[in-house]
Ligand binder design. Structure first.
Ligand code: DSN
Length: 420
């Protein structure tokens, strides 16, 4: 086998990777609410020889020989996940959050069964029943929405939808909902219509891990998550459940919907779960919430409206319906100033999904860089000023300079940590 450094073997891929390190390190203020930066130990586990091996099956029950070390790693990931989330069982094999949701649905339901989930533009995800996704295609999805007055999920609305549609399963957990989820309320609704309750905590799993957001157990039956957002680990998915669903969950992942697990990713998940149990991660998670509050203050000071008026978690959803700028334009304007956010529909949005009237802004990645309330307050004010004055080129220039200074002041990786 011809071993070479990547720079010699494939200069094109090497250059693109180096450029991406540079973009993350010094060219953008990363505020996409679902993104984060993993520590070196997670990168090392992911870039390891575990990628060389098939390990179909589960620890102790593999279809291939030679899985002793894979069993050790997968068991560590499962045990740590159960401990963190107070779950009876964890399946750490889903390749992504979408795969986790696919397997979670099929662990309990058949195609054509009825699910009640959130409207996509009210914070839901494509896998919560959208027509372009497997979920909307294979299941009979009905939706519940945010209350137009309070801009929160309210029991009376969800109960009404549940009574009307009589679902087999109710989905809670969101991609763009800035408020705490009331699991007891969802349980009451689910019990009222005799439905299973599933929560997708992909966005908030880091906050749940440390108690900054309530735990979905014991109220929820099945919980899905990604492992790379606020929990800051390897890119991938996971399903947690009560014991009675464990066997069905495992067979819905393998052999029903996946083949060989990505063991290098599972090692990255195990490492991240160890990190998530440390006191430092608790401090990090607390800081995410404080930073989001500071971001809210900065935006509010500039007269920016936010859906539900603020946030309880790691993100805010800016409502631009009263501004002279769409979500798409705001995303582009901010990117020119090196602030990276995503356009996002707001509830009852008059604009189409590729335009939208909102932007979603999150704090986990900047909190990983070490920024705190002072910086986030300033960033909130800069974003507010820019969207209020989209034509002001001097302002954009000035903000871009401030962003560069912030990036210098809060370095991300030392060269030695990501060099190759
Ligand atoms: N793409 C993720 C997000 O940004 O929320 C969800 O899958």
């Amino acid at each position: 086998m011809d071993h070479q450094n990547l720079s010699e073997a494939d200069p094109e891929v090497h250059k693109a990777l180096k450029n991406e390190i540079e973009r993350q390190e010094s060219e953008s203020l990363e505020m996409i609410a679902s993104e984060n930066f993993v520590p070196k130990q997670v990168l090392q586990a992911q870039g390891s020889v575990l990628t060389n091996k098939y390990a179909e099956g589960y620890p102790g029950k593999r279809y291939y020989a030679g899985c002793e070390h894979h069993d050790k790693i997968e068991n560590l990931a499962r045990e740590r996940a159960c401990k963190i989330f107070n779950a009876d069982h964890a399946n750490v094999q889903p390749h992504s959050g979408s795969q986790a949701n696919f397997a979670a649905y099929f662990s309990q339901l058949d195609a054509g069964d009825k699910i009640l989930g959130p409207v996509l533009s009210h914070g839901g995800h494509l896998t919560h029943g959208h027509g372009v996704n497997f979920s909307g295609d294979l299941f009979d999805f009905e939706t519940y929405g945010i209350n137009e007055e309070t801009e929160r999920f309210e029991k009376r609305d969800i109960l009404e939808a549940a009574r009307e549609h009589d679902p087999d399963l109710i989905v809670c957990g969101y991609s763009a909902y800035p408020r705490e989820i009331d699991f007891e309320m969802f349980r009451e609704v689910a019990d009222e219509v005799n439905a299973l309750l599933m929560c997708d905590i992909a966005h908030i799993s880091g906050l749940v891990a440390t108690g900054e957001h309530p735990n979905p157990f014991p109220e929820c039956d099945i919980v899905t998550t990604t492992t790379h957002k606020s929990i800051r680990g390897a890119r991938g998915g996971m399903i947690l459940c009560k014991e009675e669903y464990a066997e069905d969950v495992d067979s819905a992942v393998f052999p029903y919907s996946q083949g060989g697990p990505l063991m290098h990713q599972i090692a990255g998940k195990a490492v991240c779960f160890k990190e998530a149990m440390k006191p430092e991660f608790k401090e990090y998670s607390e800081q995410i919430v404080k930073n989001t509050q500071a971001l809210v203050e900065g935006l509010r000071k500039e007269g920016i409206r936010m859906v539900s008026g603020g946030s309880d978690n790691h993100l805010v959803l800016v409502d631009l319906r009263e501004e002279e700028i769409t979500g798409k334009e705001a995303e582009e304007l901010l990117e020119k100033a090196n602030i990276v956010v995503n356009k996002n529909a707001v509830p009852y949005d008059p604009e189409p999904p590729m335009v939208t009237s909102g932007i979603r802004i999150g704090t986990p990645a900047l909190t990983t860089r070490g920024m705190s309330e002072e910086e986030l307050r300033e960033i909130g004010a800069m974003i507010g000023k820019l969207v209020k004055n989209p034509e002001d080129r001097d302002l954009a220039e000035q903000i871009s300079e401030t962003v560069s200074k912030l990036l210098d002041e809060f370095p991300l990786y030392e060269d030695s940590e990501v060099e190759f």
